[in-house]
Design a binder for this molecule. Structure first.
Ligand SMILES: [Zn+2]
Ligand SMILES: [Zn+2]
Length: 146
């Protein structure tokens, strides 16, 4: 039986992923003003996978140490994690998050569900250009239902 983590390896320790795994994702998103918390994702990219909490933490510390202002607040306007310029979340912007997945594959469907998500960084337009169309990422190829 195939599953969502088959053939994927940890970016830190090189072990094969198992039932519960983590992925660092970069996406272009827009927070809609009408309903708080609703996020439109126009582009989604998995950067690296991790086999477990320990390796995900290791990578998280390494990434946040390179940022000027990691772990942005949930406010509408937050400082860019690199240059501290204001980022308007209601306009398209790039966000990097650590996602925790749990495999939810069935014999007829390869999928995984998101258990936990933690935003590590948001970027202003001059630090990272948001993309409006999804072309680099193929859900069916990865088998992750988001
Ligand atoms: Zn690992
Ligand atoms: Zn910036």
């Amino acid at each position: 039986m195939s599953n969502s983590y088959q053939g994927r390896y940890c970016g830190v320790c090189d072990h094969e992923l198992s039932h519960g795994f983590f992925s660092l994702t970069k996406r272009s998103q827009t927070v809609t003003g009408s309903e708080p918390g609703v996020v439109l994702v126009s582009d989604d990219n998995v950067l690296t996978d991790f086999c477990g909490q320990e390796c995900a933490n290791y990578a998280e510390v390494a990434i946040s140490s390179t940022l000027t202002s990691p772990y942005p607040a949930a406010d509408v306007t937050v400082p860019c994690s690199l240059c501290l310029r204001p980022v308007d979340r209601t306009a398209p912007h790039v966000s990097v998050a650590m996602m925790q997945f749990e495999d939810a594959s069935e014999p007829w469907l390869v999928s995984a569900r998101v258990v936990h998500e933690r935003e590590l960084a948001v970027y202003c337009r001059s630090c990272a250009e948001p993309r409006s169309t999804s072309n680099a990422f193929d859900d069916s190829e990865l088998g992750v239902a988001v």
